[in-house]
Design a protein around this ligand. Structure first.
Ligand code: AP5
Length: 226
């Protein structure tokens, strides 16, 4: 397969970041998670961060015109020449259309969209116990994926914190936003035969195995198409 251009789609807390970290290591492709990019911009108090913060704190999506440029510039880089993994983008139909148009300009296309799905109740349970590494966004869960030492990231030793948008009322609002604005992308990509469904309710390792199987099938399909 010449290049692997992947999108991770799914509700908040379905495990996109957890699987994205594993995929990044396995595939050695650049991983662009818009939530992480925006949180870094907030920490660094850049113009992007100042714009995004009020939307993120409320659990609203940041405006399309703000986020589209952030991704458009990243996929047109040397490091993304062999492919990329997008997590959290696109999240609206206009974002999906802008991504398709940009890829077409570059003579490229998406390989697949992996939908990692979980119910609203599961999402609330997961995000309530999530702990996130302050420095690099590594993700843990107090029950399902606890760090070796409480409150400390296993990977880089940074403090683990509760994200501002993981408060119960904000989680509910993020879910509403997902159902209203992002879920239409499931049909959008299904109609283009790009969608691959992954059951996100299994244990993280089992979800990872299903993702690997899906990628192996994609490679086979890619080889057969050549
Ligand atoms: P973002 O950071 O992208 O948040 P999200 O999509 O809501 O996703 P999460 O990071 O909450 O969850 P996840 O699916 O990555 O799950 P995770 O692996 O952490 O976006 C934040 C905000 O930025 C948005 O609200 C918006 O304001 C803005 N934004 C970002 N992109 C945007 C865009 N394109 N347009 C506009 N605005 C944008 O897992 C969750 C927890 O569950 C963890 O504790 C984990 O350990 C645990 N877990 C994971 N998998 C399993 C499993 N299989 N079983 C049990 N527990 C599990």
């Amino acid at each position: 397969m010449p290049e692997l251009n992947l999108v991770l789609l799914g509700p908040p807390g379905s495990g996109k970041g957890t699987q994205g970290e594993r995929l990044q290591e396995d595939l050695r492709l650049p991983y662009y998670a818009t939530g992480d990019i925006l949180r870094a911009a907030v920490r660094e108090e850049t113009e992007l961060g100042r714009t995004a913060k009020e939307y993120m704190d409320r659990g609203d999506l940041v405006p399309d015109d703000v986020i589209v440029g952030v991704i458009a510039e990243r996929i047109d880089t040397t490091e993304a020449a062999d492919g990329f993994i997008l997590d959290g983008f696109p999240r609206t139909l206009p974002q999906a259309e802008a991504l398709a148009a940009r890829l077409e300009e570059l003579g490229r296309a998406l390989t697949a969209v992996l939908l990692i799905d979980a119910s609203d109740d599961e999402v609330v349970r997961r995000l309530g116990g999530r702990r996130t590494c302050e420095e690099n966004g590594h993700v843990f869960h107090v029950e399902f994926n606890p760090p070796e030492k409480e409150g400390v990231c296993d990977i880089d030793g940074s403090p683990l914190v509760v994200r501002d948008d993981d408060e119960p009322d904000v989680i509910r609002h993020r879910l509403d936003q997902y159902h209203e604005k992002t879920e239409p992308l499931v049909d959008f990509y299904d109609h283009q035969s790009l969608l691959r469904r992954i059951d996100g309710t299994a244990a993280p390792d089992d979800v990872g195995i299903e993702v690997e199987r899906t990628l192996a099938t994609l490679r086979l399909e890619g080889d057969e198409a050549i």
